[in-house]
Design a protein around this ligand. Structure first.
Ligand code: ADP
Ligand code: MG
Length: 247
């Protein structure tokens, strides 16, 4: 997440000597002198995992649908951050908005599979936290399935299976999987059924005690709050439906 972290450490001379001991560790760049702390800037290697270029014919329809989903998540930033304050660390809206911005500032091109693969790479890089890798996985598996000729329903199911493998969450654990899995199950019945199933699944998270993610630290106290990750899924699925109806 973005933000600042302050750690307070009671020290004595012995500990200060240890803190001043030179080290080549990248995670602890050390200070010139712990008695006079200075700011250190650590540069992290930029992951160069840009997806391959467009494979098939450009698909402007899918591109518009992705744009619409991203625009919806940009608008939802404050709302989702506020919802995440109840059960998490209050950054989900900002995190997903970073992903949406990374796409909208420079939308990808190509066929449906290439678009999803590029979106996956952007999400992985821009969102961070827990959601970044999970959305990266969702979109990558869906892209791979589409490239192999799968239907949209099978692509969504492949993506959700990937999210479950990576995060280890099952339906009922109080995460975005509670919206994604019912949506995937309903995928052959059309987008209206998908949105309805996701919305019902998300609503159920407010009755459950979360067993995955930060909300699980709260136990019973997270009850009564819908999981914001599940809410976000409903939001972008609604945007997908709206964009599809305008075609
Ligand atoms: P964090 O701040 O904990 O890194 P994010 O803010 O990026 O997480 O995302 C929080 C959302 O991620 C939760 O609302 C939940 O829907 C989802 N989530 C958390 N853990 C898991 C998991 N293990 N599997 C699937 N989804 C998860
Ligand atoms: Mg968070």
């Amino acid at each position: 997440m973005s933000g600042a972290h302050v750690s307070l450490l009671p020290v004595d001379d012995g500990l200060l000597d240890l803190l001043d001991t030179p080290t080549a560790s990248p995670a602890w760049p050390g200070f010139p002198d712990a008695r006079r702390p200075a700011l250190s800037v650590v540069t992290t290697p930029e992951s160069a995992d840009r997806a391959g270029g467009p494979a098939g014919e450009a698909d402007p329809f899918v591109r518009q649908v992705i744009d619409a989903a991203c625009e919806r998540l940009l608008r939802a930033r404050t709302e989702l951050d506020a919802a995440d304050q109840h059960v998490g660390d209050g950054d989900l809206g900002s995190a997903l908005a970073r992903g949406a911005r990374a796409w909208l500032d420079d939308p990808g091109e190509g066929d449906a599979a290439s678009l999803l693969q590029e979106l996956s790479a952007r999400c992985r890089r821009a969102i961070g936290g827990t959601s970044g890798p999970l959305y990266g996985m969702l979109l990558l598996r869906a892209a791979q399935a589409l490239a192999d000729g799968a239907s949209w329903g099978d692509a969504l199911r492949a993506g959700v299976t990937g999210v479950r493998e990576l995060g280890g969450a099952q339906p009922g654990d109080g995460t975005m999987v509670d919206a994604l899995q019912p949506a995937a199950d309903a995928a052959d019945s059309g987008i209206d059924a998908v949105v309805t199933a996701a919305r019902e699944g998300a609503a159920r998270t407010s009755d459950a005690v979360a067993t995955k993610g930060r909300a699980s630290y709260l136990g019973e106290r997270a009850k009564g709050y819908e999981d914001p990750g599940a809410t976000a899924v409903v939001m972008w699925l609604e945007a997908v439906r709206e964009a599809m109806s305008q075609q």
